[in-house]
Design a protein around this ligand. Sequence first.
Ligand SMILES: Nc1ncnc2c1ncn2[C@@H]1O[C@H](COP(=O)(O)OP(=O)(O)OP(=O)(O)O)[C@@H](O)[C@H]1O
Length: 660
Amino acid sequence: MEYAINDLDELAIPYAIELIDVTVRLGNRDILKSIHLTIEQGGIFALLGPSGCGKTTLIRTLVGRLQPLNNHNGPRRKISILGKHTHAFGQIVGFMPQEMALHSSNTIEEELFFYGRLVNMSNEKIKQRYQFLINFLELPHERKSISTLSGGQQRRVSFAIALLHEPKLLILDEPTVGVDPLLRKKIWQHLTEITMKNDVTAILTTHYIEEARQANIISFMRYGNLLETGRPNDLLLKHEQQTLEAVFLELCEGSHRVEMQCHTQEKVHDHKSLTIANKICHSFQSVRCSCCMRESCCPTLRSCARPYLGRSLCALLIKDILKFQRNPFMLIIQFLVPILQIALFCLCVGRKLSNIPFGFISRETIGSGSGSELILNKIDRNIFKIIEYKTIDEAQRLFDVGYLSGIINIGENFSRELIEKATNCSFSNVNKYNDSQFTMYMDQTNRQMVYTIAEEFIRIFKTIDVDYHLGFFTSTPMNQESLFKLAQFHNNLPEIEYTFTHFMIPGIILSVIFFFNVALTALSLVIEQSDGTQERIPSRGSLLYSSLLCVIQGFCGMTFGLVISTIFTTEINAHQITMSIFYPVLLLSGIVWPLEGQPIWMRTVTEWLPMTKAIDAMRGILLKGWGIQHLIVQQAFWITFIWSMVFLILTLFIFNCRRL
Ligand SMILES: Nc1ncnc2c1ncn2[C@@H]1O[C@H](COP(=O)(O)OP(=O)(O)OP(=O)(O)O)[C@@H](O)[C@H]1O
């Protein structure tokens, strides 16, 4: 029967592992230097060498966790496991990494079930295997949590996972570390048995050179080079030594001499001289490898992963369910907090402002048909909470202390002027009206508020024009230019000086300090001073009050931190709750969007949160030059102090309850 070349390739038994000209660089150092190694299937291959020689690097390269250098000048680089690309081995390989790589919250049983499902084992099969492995590896009760196991026990669980699905190839990084001599003997016996009976290949690394006598093939490694590879007895005979340790010593001295020679002859560093020992690296049997390097032409690549995709998803799902069952608090954090945060965002940010407290003074006699009454009737009472005052001084005082967000001051000739402006289209008359009868004061530090007020008054003046056309306002004829004149009322608004950044900065400063607690208070202020954040604020107020407010807010943050630390015992939970609270506080305290944008019922609660008044006060101090005599500043200090006391009492209470 005739075979085409490709058919022969398909039939050939692939090597267990095949490395051709593999160089791995980590940082700026070549950790593996042009490694050539081919191992046939069946038997134990032990990689020996001192700490730091590159054993783990070789293993990690084999399993695809490290990528070798592309060496275009040398022979074609190749890495394969059982004829497959290193990323495609899936079910056929059992891998035990040097690090634990275990889910510490799982029990031994759950961990074995998790990995069993990942490789598509049936529950019965997993049960049967884990009972065997628990006995064989002398593991504690299967319901014991991994986090409570000793380091050695955890390594044995990791070893059990590698053996669980009875793979054709075992890649084990130091499987016998931390294992007592008796169990070590049992492990070697088991490996010998499965490699002989089931044609399994075990590739392992070890520090214990003498235990490697039980391996079929061993390879000595030093400084990223394979010094020599062969059967243990053959190496002993060849080097006429009694122990493998002595062989290794001799090889090391030999390689050292070669390196020294290279050095003294001032030869250029070249791969051939450095990998002189690699030349004696063997291919145990020259069976042709039928696998190909490119993923696209590897027929088994997908078939390894696809059949148990569903089972893998199931394993991941079960793992997460168990995790949530054990820690329901995490469930709240993971699912409810994002929902809450989105809901709060929708409630607090981007909404139209409402209930803005506005002073209204009119020196006109308010009666039917007067301009003042017209304006008053047109003001949207959902947006503005209009409070009428007799004198501008009275309103101005309340405006200055932050009780009012703006004032409308209407002069006694407003109605007459309104009609005159509406009917007189001549630009030359504009100066005549400069001492306007309609004056508006606004809190310019709140940019969103300025927009809302301006927008609302433009709307009001536009509707006055509509009223005229409908005949409600006056019988005097108006033309297009008179409309323009009416719109010019808007020019009476003060020029906007502050940006959105100015609005945000006071809140950001306080939230940073609050959440990073009192220890960072001084530091944050220093940072803000040094990185120029404070320079961006045209600070008008006392640095003493703003600093004091920062300190007391920091103290409040610290007491809040104390409450968290008494409630939660794990770092992760404490961290999660702090993170979960940060965003809602940011939204609810009016840092991003004015409080006037929140529904009124919500505002009555949020204005008493620890940071809300403090942020308002901080804006007042930094942007408007407020002092301690301002009611909001006083409220800010009191509210922060009361919250701090509440948090402290709560901490003591929880602490005492826990001790009982
Ligand atoms: N990510 C990295 N970046 C830079 N160098 C690394 C990195 N990982 C490992 N190395 C270096 O590579 C060398 C080989 O490390 P490797 O872990 O392969 O040694 P090893 O033979 O397995 O040692 P041990 O037996 O102690 O585990 C060491 O000198 C190590 O410092």
